[in-house]
Design a protein around this ligand. Structure first.
Ligand SMILES: [Zn+2]
Length: 370
């Protein structure tokens, strides 16, 4: 009989011998900027219950923050951005086929969004925070975009758009902006009828069209409360520019490894700003179906995710976990500790089948205490 295979088996990584712990990716900037605080930035989706991939990224964020404290003596914090700008409902114009959508924020309102964040993440984050000693906060996109710094960076990005458009949208050069109708909160998904009328460093004026209420004008200044809807890459660029100018902490961006190609573009966009240095990035392992596609809410909803028999319902929908929240957090921390035990285990993906195997083997000797 064959001996059980050690867990996990990972190939030698590109960073072998250069990176001893995955938190070391922020070491150079920490030294260069002499900061004694770091804030890790990560995202939370509220458009449905999180799947395992999302929770693995978030757990790793807590553990990487704790590792930064241990390895560099810095005070860590964790800031989650809740994407309440995700589309909640969609309609098509019967004449043109143009798509309109209403975000969770506009469809459900602020207090219902807060409830969703608490429902999907509150208890888990409290457990992870208690276990790692890393404090966290959650801020909605709605709140982020309302800040003066966000508006200033948005206006600055408009001023540089002739350059940025071919980085943020290399194929088309189209970087649409959308503004919800002030009367109903619906906005055109691809902003094809949104027009920039004028812009300078302190103000921009747009015209947009609502399916029900026709044309409306929108003014953006650092002080207006106009809601700003941006494409994914543009939004992340502005958010990272805001994080870079905030306070005395070094901002560190934590994302699933599927974000690496997009972050390549964000780095290039960042370098267009005179003297700007892109923030350090930490990429976390993605959780994959059997075909190698990452778990995705869309594929799960469509039934096109290729899932092995070992895939547990809670891996697809965390609310299906039947144990206590403390047990769930313990399982995630065990997985995270195993993945972080060597960079080669962190710089790879895991199928749900492999996750089930690792859990069944009690994470193996490499995991250590959670
Ligand atoms: Zn309207």
């Amino acid at each position: 009989m064959n001996a059980p295979r050690p867990v996990p088996v990972s190939p030698v990584s590109v960073t072998a011998h250069a990176v001893l712990h995955s938190a070391d990716f922020l070491h150079a900037q920490l030294r260069a900027t002499r900061r004694d605080r770091v804030v890790l930035h990560a995202g939370v989706q509220i458009n449905g219950a999180p799947h395992l991939g999302t929770n693995v990224m978030q757990t790793a964020a807590f553990q990487l923050a704790a590792a930064a404290r241990e390895r560099f003596g810095v005070e860590p914090g964790l800031r989650f951005g809740a994407l309440d700008n995700s589309p909640c409902e969609t309609r098509a114009c019967p004449d043109t086929g143009s798509l309109y959508e209403r975000s969770f924020r506009h469809a459900l309102g602020e207090s219902r969004v807060r409830e969703l964040v608490r429902l999907y993440y509150g208890a888990l984050f409290d457990e992870l925070s208690a276990a790692t000693g890393v404090p966290y906060e959650v801020e909605t996109y709605t709140h982020q975009q309302s800040r003066v710094a966000f508006r200033e960076e948005f206006l600055a990005s408009l001023g540089m758009m002739d350059t940025l458009r071919w980085i943020l949208a290399p194929s088309t050069g189209m970087v649409p902006v959308s503004f919800p109708c002030p009367r109903c909160g619906w906005s055109q998904k691809y902003g094809e009828d949104t027009e920039l009328l004028s812009a300078d460093a302190g103000e921009a004026r747009f015209a947009a069209v609502c399916l029900d209420h026709g044309k409306y004008l929108v003014d953006v200044t650092p002080d207006t409360d106009t809601y700003i809807g941006l494409t994914t890459l543009h939004r992340n660029l502005v958010k990272e520019r805001v994080a870079a100018r905030e306070g005395d902490a070094l901002p560190v961006i934590v994302k699933g490894a599927d974000w690496a190609p997009g972050c390549r573009l964000l780095d290039e966009a960042f370098l267009c700003y005179p003297g700007a240095v892109p923030p350090p990035r930490l990429f976390t392992p993605v959780v994959l179906s059997d075909s190698g596609a990452k778990l995705s809410k869309t594929l799960l909803r469509e039934g096109t995710a290729d899932l092995s028999a070992e895939t547990e319902p809670w891996m697809l929908d965390a609310t299906a976990w039947t144990g206590t929240m403390a047990e769930y957090a313990h399982t995630l921390l065990g997985l995270g500790a195993l993945m972080l035990s060597e960079p080669r285990h962190f710089e790879r993906g895991y199928t749900t089948r492999e996750v089930a195997r690792l859990i069944a083997q009690g994470f193996g000797p490499a995991a250590g205490p959670a």
